[in-house]
Design a protein around this ligand. Sequence first.
Ligand code: AHM
Ligand code: MG
Length: 334
Amino acid sequence: MSTFPMMTVQQHILEEQRRLRPGASGDFSWLLSGITLATKMIAAQVRRAGLVDIAGAADEGKNVQGEIVQKLDVIANQALLQCLGNRGNVAVMASEENAEPVVVSRDWENGTYVVIFDPLDGSSNIDVNVSVGTIFSILRRSPEPDKYRTPLEDVLQPGLKQVAAGYVVYGSSTMFVYTAGNGVNGFTLDPAIGAYLISHPNITMPAHGSIYSVNEANADSFPEPYRKYLAHLKSGKAGRQYSSRYIGSLVADFHRTLLKGGVFLYPPTSSHPKGKLRLMYEANPIAFLAEQAQGVATDGTRRILEKPPESLHERTTLLVGSRTELDLLKQFLK
Ligand code: AHM
Ligand code: MG
């Protein structure tokens, strides 16, 4: 019989709190359980994604029963807004799907948390049955009432202020990976009982890997140092033979990088001169996880987590992965 303890994500969060913050109110674990609930609802819809066509989209946006067929990213967004909006301690939410931050009016005065998310990252992969994900970032509002008091000010805090971050990857299994600033832990959804069970405790990113992950179709428009770096990795001069893997879902590409090591890059391109990925709900949570797992995340000039955000949907270059690959990249970018 396995000696591996059977622990749900809820138990894990509560035990961590008991161990690290004995006086904690339990508010934070209540908030996180809103996220796990929403992601189970999303997982159930993602699993059925291919069946939408069997139900048949008769009219534009409607299935054969005349029901409105909603896009999965809209469904995912609603699930998160609903599950987090009734926790009582979330004052503001911000999502890739909403132009402006969403205020929870009932909890605006007393809510202590801000949650930012990309409800369904990589959603263009849904049509071809490839992994997608949900990414989230949790911030605390300033206790000073005059600071961070417009919803946007509440949201626009640098990544270093995150109190927790994580993602769910809807892959061949559904996994929840999170950090609350004390390492990274991974849980796998057991569909038979509807619970996330710990499967990857204390994840550490290998100090080096043998995979690079980048959309190489854009390589001609990468700044020269990136092209030279990639050529160097391919030449074998970096001391190992590299392979390339690119899924096109950040969550899935990062998940592999987290477990196997190596490097994921989304450099500036001619169509996205600042990089394509979003600072607040893609790069920041990924960077927090990477650093908590002993990896590195930078935009080429500074730590992602130190970037002062200017707008909710701003983009950034994202270079994330193992120390060895990122140290080498730094040499090329000098
Ligand atoms: P999305 O949030 O609209 O799905 O876009 C973000 C996705 C990331 O998941 C992925 O890393 C990237 O876009 C892929 O971009 P590209 O197709 O340019 O390689
Ligand atoms: Mg996205």
